[in-house]
Design a protein around this ligand. Structure first.
Ligand code: NDP
Ligand code: 2IT
Length: 446
């Protein structure tokens, strides 16, 4: 690593202590950019990297609400407005007890590169709260969302910052957030994406992240002259992204044999299809945080406290959360002959895991490229809102497929151009960076 990059990384660590996930995301991206900075000294002299690692704006706020027992509860809310060089800030909201400033900064940083790759005009942002949706009643979730939006509304808008869902934030939460925004602003606009179909939402948005990740994996497999037909697949998580991925893998002739939760993983050798996919929705809606009930319902194996990466599969798709696949898991996958790892979640692989994949022949695509279908379809929702015209399901799906193919091809071509053939991480980081960096150069020191 060059002295210059090393210096920036150590400054990031010194300036932002106790934000390990942010350090990790920055380190992974900057390592790939070394070669770009050698070829383009103009980025260095304009201090593009130094500016990109500093959020344009960080908002933190108190979220007080009253629970069903009449007790006052207090959570912390955040919105990180990372970079607006190529469009309004865009990115999801995460409600999970593990949420910290560092986690949201890593997600916002990744989002900048991801959104750039989609080819749509969207800057990068992320937000959320340490609110724990587990075991909360519908009314409690509503009161929380209303309180959260009572502060957030002053910072967002359809041309400023457009939040969406992420872990713990789905259609129900987006509904409550939208209702409160509309009430406070007296405006019906496309300020959030992931909206209900009757009030400005887009067809395919719920499925888009999982579908998009599978379209991306399909393109990866194509480079080795194969496809999903007859392939065995390990999926982790059981939420929105996992659900979309499982449906599309089935459609393409693949067999998904695992799902996971914080409690462990299930192994279903016959494949997760049909009514079992519908059961995933029930599991998620129960807000219990566990995948074990699937094993009881369908009489399959449950492995408590374990992750699914030791199972022998052809393709692995981590779709749960960050750092859920480490160096040992990566070694297991490689040893068992897995040919493709395609990330539905954001940064699910640790740096050690990445190094194992990088030094093997496995096809490995990072989340910022492979899971961009979610935010890309959010971009399509924004377009439909601006036109005041909804598109048909097939139209949105065709656009999503085309976008995922473009992202894939851009990653492959960029990796080749910079001397790292088949390295999707390098291709994604460089291609995502170039568009944003050039826009920043054009716009002067801001
Ligand atoms: P959901 O809330 O629908 O599901 C998240 C899944 O991950 C659940 O199974 C959840 O279980 C599990 N999970 C969450 N936190 C942890 C944890 N700390 N340890 C173990 N398991 C955990 O979220 P999504 O499916 O929307 O998100 C999954 C991943 O995909 C995340 O990385 C997200 O950032 C990423 N992503 C999402 C997009 C979207 O459009 N929704 C777009 C692009 C990426 P539980 O909540 O019960 O703990
Ligand atoms: O991580 C992500 O890309 C998302 N959670 C989706 C963001 C969005 O604005 O649709």
């Amino acid at each position: 690593m060059s002295e210059y990059i090393e210096k920036i990384i150590s400054e990031v660590k010194a300036k932002n202590p106790s934000e390990p996930e942010f350090h990790q995301a920055v380190e992974e991206v900057l390592e790939s950019l070394e070669i770009v900075l050698e070829r383009h000294p103009e980025y260095r002299s304009a201090k593009i990297l130094e500016r990109m690692i500093e959020p344009e704006r960080v908002i933190t706020f108190r979220v007080p609400w009253v629970d069903d027992q009449g007790e006052v509860q207090v959570n912390r809310g955040y919105r990180i407005e990372m970079n607006s060089a190529i469009g309004p800030y865009k990115g999801g909201l995460r409600f999970h007890p593990s949420v910290t400033l560092g986690i949201l900064k890593f997600l916002a940083f990744e989002q900048v590169f991801k959104n750039s790759l989609t080819t749509l005009p969207m800057g990068g942002g992320k937000g959320g709260s340490d609110f724990d949706p587990k075991g909360k009643s519908d009314n409690e979730v509503m009161r929380f969302c209303q309180s959260f939006m009572s502060e957030l509304f002053r910072h967002i808008g359809p041309n400023t910052d457009v939040p969406a869902g992420d872990i713990g934030v789905g259609a129900r939460e987006i509904g409550y957030l939208f209702g409160q925004y509309k009430r406070l602003r007296n405006e019906f606009t496309g300020v959030l994406t992931g909206k209900g179909l009757n009030w400005g939402g887009s067809l395919i948005r719920p499925e888009a992240t999982g579908f998009g990740a599978v379209y991306f994996a399909q393109e990866m497999l194509k480079t080795r002259g194969t496809d999903f037909e007859g392939k065995t697949v390990a999926v982790s998580g059981f939420g929105n992204v996992a659900w979309g991925a499982v449906m599309k893998i089935n459609e393409l002739g693949g067999k998904v044999v695992t799902l996971s939760g914080p409690d462990g993983f299930i192994y279903d050798k016959d494949g997760i299809s049909g009514e079992k996919i519908d059961y995933m929705l029930k599991l998620r809606a129960s807000a219990q945080d566990i995948v074990e009930p699937y094993a009881k319902e369908f009489k399959v194996e449950f492995h408590p406290g374990k992750r699914p990466w030791g199972v022998k599969v052809d393709v692995a798709m981590p779709c749960a959360t960050q750092n859920e696949l480490d160096g040992n898991d990566a070694k297991e996958l490689v040893k068992n002959g897995c040919m493709c790892v395609c990330e539905g979640a954001n940064m699910p692989t640790t740096i050690e895991g990445y190094k194992v994949f990088d030094s093997s022949k496995i096809l490995y695509a990072p989340g910022k490229a492979a899971n961009a279908g979610g935010v890309a379809t959010s971009g399509l929702e924004m377009t439909q809102n601006s036109m005041r015209l909804p598109w048909l399901r097939d139209e949105v799906d065709a656009k999503l497929q085309q976008i995922m193919k473009n992202i894939h091809d851009t990653c492959v071509q960029t990796a080749e151009r910079f001397g790292k053939p088949e390295k999707y991480v390098v291709g994604a980081n460089i291609a995502g960076f170039l568009k944003v960096a050039d826009a920043m150069l054009d716009q002067g020191v801001v």
